[in-house]
Ligand binder design. Structure first.
Ligand code: HEM
Length: 527
């Protein structure tokens, strides 16, 4: 035993310098590169040998080391993402298994790409909470994927739900406000949340998903990712196909109950972040399979709902999943800020062969992401290493804050289309596959009974997996804090989903309201 121990000690010693041994080649400097003798010493007037605290006088303005360290520290934070602020990320690869060259000209989907490992980055997130909020909150999960291809970065900015709360993009800021904090109390506001939903009932399909236990996943590894929106796969010949994209987890779906999630938010608010990091660190690499659902334009015409309506899914028996590839995460970031916080995903990051559809929410997102990133990260955010495409050549975008990381700000290259030094063009599929003609109008969608069909489907699905009781309970605990008029309207909304559901939710919620009242009285009596 002793012998083994001493050999272990010597291996450790041989493995590198001891922690206390200083590396003489690595001298600490200030940001300007000048060596600093003692980085934590500060310049003061008086103080005899520099160690008598009784003699410490005022600090000198000439102490550039101290000033530089404090000034830099003062600027360490950038704005957090306005939504999806809390998240975790990892690197890995995308691998094509079944080519899609019949539908798209994208290089990474062609037969010759099969098997090639394209570097990928994924960032998982919750939506409503701040950067330090609990991972187990009831919320959709963001699942943003960046694939670095030879034709530019392909981003799939997905959620773990195939539908969304809105189909009118103008509602997004209003809806998100009701998920964030009350402008006066700075508290989460159940009245605002349910009042919004009662009056914008196109959200009902997503509400049904959110309040089953799928709204509180066990970890990031155990969720699927869905494009939600309809995209277009296009070819140079002018043909296009509508697609929805799915990444299905190989780990299987796994959820927390409301009570498990609530406990975890207190005992380990970073549970999902930790689970992802530690799984990858221990060689347990999470993976997903990519599938597409497809519709021809003619099929879309005859489909019951609009393919541009983000609150609807396409039935898988009629529009089956077609396998495309796999996504594996096998490398943790080395630096969270540089590689995850500064990552900029956008639905507008598309390669030739993949295009947005006319879905108005998607169209709005094409603007919103680059816009927020110019604000959050600065105008040259695409030059940051984590966002920089494998090959960028955009010398018409010059200067601005932090320009120069990439290709020395394009050096002496012409900053206009110069006939003296012309550049070649590559032919890519034209974006003019669709033709839209009509009057300009103010559009706002209306809710009708059709909007409750797929919501009812969710309720029936919950019956099959034994989730109905949990659903009723999960709604009740979230609704109990809302104003009573708002609660009444919410019961009516759920009655539209299913004849008896409204009553069940009323019973459970009012029980919760009563219990909460009693608890409050008990506490008041104690203190
Ligand atoms: C993040 C806007 C709908 C998925 C964001 C961000 C904004 C935004 C401004 C922050 C981006 C950043 O700071 O880098 C919007 C608007 C929407 C919308 C205006 C509708 C009009 C959606 C939908 C999905 C989605 C429908 C999913 C299908 C995500 C994800 C992130 C995100 C995954 C986090 C990306 C990351 O990890 O950096 N959204 N969003 N969003 N959004 Fe949306």
């Amino acid at each position: 035993g002793l012998c083994l121990l001493s050999s272990l000690i010597s291996t450790v010693a041989a493995g590198g310098p001891s922690r206390k041994q200083k590396n003489e080649d690595l001298v600490y400097t200030n940001a300007n590169g000048a060596p600093v003798q003692d980085p934590t010493a500060f310049q003061v007037v008086g103080g005899s040998n520099g160690d008598d605290y009784k003699k410490v006088g005022p600090i000198l303005l000439q102490d550039s080391n101290l000033i530089e360290m404090l000034a830099h520290f003062d600027r360490e934070r950038i704005p957090e993402r306005v939504v999806h602020a809390k998240g975790a990320g990892a690197f890995g690869y995308f691998q094509l298994t079944k080519p899609v060259n019949d539908l798209s000209d994208a290089a990474f989907l062609q037969p010759k790409a099969v098997g090639k490992k394209y570097k990928a980055l994924v960032r998982f997130s919750t939506v409503g909470g701040e950067a330090g909020s609990g991972d187990s909150a009831r919320d959709p999960r963001g699942f943003a994927i960046k694939i670095y291809t030879e034709e530019g970065n392909e981003d799939f900015v997905c959620n773990n739900t195939p539908v969304f709360f809105i189909r009118d993009p103008s509602k997004f800021p209003l809806f998100i406000h009701t998920q964030k904090r009350n402008p006066q109390t700075h508290l989460k506001d159940a009245t605002a949340m349910w009042d919004y939903w009662n009056n914008n009932q196109e959200a009902i399909h997503q509400i049904m998903r959110l309040f089953s236990d799928r709204g509180t996943p066990y970890s990031f590894r155990h969720i699927h990712a869905f494009s939600g929106h309809t995209y277009k796969f296009v070819k140079k010949d002018g043909s296009f196909t509508y697609v929805k994209i799915h990444f299905l987890t190989d780990q299987g779906e796994k959820w927390l109950t409301n009570e498990e999630a609530t406990t975890l938010a207190g005992t380990n608010p970073d549970h999902h972040t930790q689970d992802l990091f530690e799984s990858i660190e221990s060689g347990n690499f999470p993976s997903w399979k990519m599938y597409i659902q497809t519709m021809t334009p003619a099929q879309a015409e005859s489909f019951k709902f609009s393919v541009f309506d983000l609150t609807k899914t396409w039935p898988e028996d009629t529009y089956p999943l077609r396998e495309v590839g796999k996504l594996v995460l096998d490398k943790n970031p080395e630096n969270y800020f540089a590689e995850v916080e500064q990552a900029a995903f956008s639905p507008s990051n598309q390669v030739p062969g993949i295009e947005p559809s006319a879905d108005p929410v998607l169209q709005a997102r094409l603007f919103s992401y680059p816009d927020t990133q110019r604000y959050r990260l600065g105008v040259n955010y695409n030059q940051l290493p984590v966002n920089c495409p494998l090959r960028a050549n955009s010398p018409f975008q010059r200067d601005g804050a932090h320009a120069g990381f990439y290709k020395n700000n394009y050096g002496s290259m012409p900053n206009y289309q110069s006939s003296m030094k012309p550049m070649a063009y590559k032919s890519v599929p034209s974006p003019s596959h669709e033709e839209w003609v009509g009057k300009a109008v103010n559009f706002s969608s209306k809710v009708n009974d059709g909007d409750f069909e797929q919501a009812n489907g969710e309720w029936l699905w919950m019956e099959g997996v034994g989730q109905q009781d949990n659903f009723v309970h999960n709604v009740a605990v979230a609704l109990k804090g809302a104003h009573e008029d708002v609660r009444e309207e919410t019961y009516e909304m759920f009655t539209r989903v299913n004849g008896t559901l409204g009553e069940r939710i009323r019973e459970e919620t009012e029980k919760e309201v009563k219990m909460a009242g009693e608890m409050k009285e008990k506490r008041a009596a104690l203190f």
